[in-house]
Design a protein around this ligand. Structure first.
Ligand code: HEM
Length: 134
C-alpha cells in the first residue's frame, strides 16, 4: 500500500477513536450539545479520510505525486483545527467562531485539492488480485 494511503488510514482511525469518545461522552452525560463536532469528526475524519486513503491505494501512481502529500497536510490541518474549535464553540465559547470559519475553509481547500488529484494525472488503477488458498 502506498505511504500516503497508510498515513490516511492511521490518521482516520485516530479521528474515529476521538469521534466515538465524543459520542460515548454525549450518551453518558445526556448532553448532546457537541453533536456537530462528533458528526464532523466521524464523517470528515474517519469516513472521508478512509475514502481518500482507499483511492490512493487503488491509484499508486497518483499516490506518488507531491500534490498527494500537500493535499494530505492541508486537509488534515483543516480538521485538526476544526474539530477542537467546533467542540469548544458548541460548548459556548463564541470566540472560537472565526477559528471554525478559517478551519472550514482550509478543509474545503483540501477537498478541492483532492478533486484536482482525481481529475488530473495518470489513471493507472490497481486491480486487487485475489489470492488462491486452494
Ligand atoms: C460508539 C460509537 C458512537 C456513539 C456512542 C455515538 C453517539 C452519538 C450520540 C449520543 C449522538 C446524538 C444523537 C442525538 O442527539 O440525536 C450521535 C449523533 C450522530 N452521530 Fe454518532 N455515535 C457513535 C459513532 C458514530 C459514527 C461512527 C458516525 C459516523 C461515521 C456517527 C455519526 C453521527 C451523526 C451524523 C450524528 C448526528 C445525527 C443527527 O443529527 O440526526 N456516530 N452519535
Amino acid at each position: 500500500m502506498p505511504r500516503i494511503a497508510q498515513l490516511y488510514f492511521k490518521t482516520a482511525i485516530l479521528f474515529l477513536i476521538l469521534g466515538i469518545g465524543m459520542g460515548l461522552n454525549m450518551a453518558i452525560s445526556q448532553d448532546h450539545s457537541v453533536i456537530g463536532a462528533h458528526a464532523h469528526c466521524n464523517l470528515l475524519g474517519w469516513v472521508t479520510m478512509a475514502i481518500f486513503g482507499g483511492y490512493h491505494a487503488l491509484n499508486p501512481r497518483k499516490a506518488e505525486r507531491r500534490l498527494a502529500m500537500i493535499q494530505y497536510y492541508v486537509y488534515t490541518a483543516g480538521l485538526v483545527l476544526m474539530i477542537p474549535s467546533l467542540y469548544m464553540f458548541l460548548l459556548g465559547n463564541m470566540a472560537m467562531e472565526p477559528v471554525v470559519a478559517v478551519a472550514s475553509i482550509i478543509t474545503f481547500i483540501g477537498v478541492l485539492l483532492f478533486a484536482v488529484i482525481i481529475f488530473t494525472g495518470e489513471q493507472v488503477a490497481v486491480t486487487p488480485s485475489a489470492q488462491s488458498y486452494r
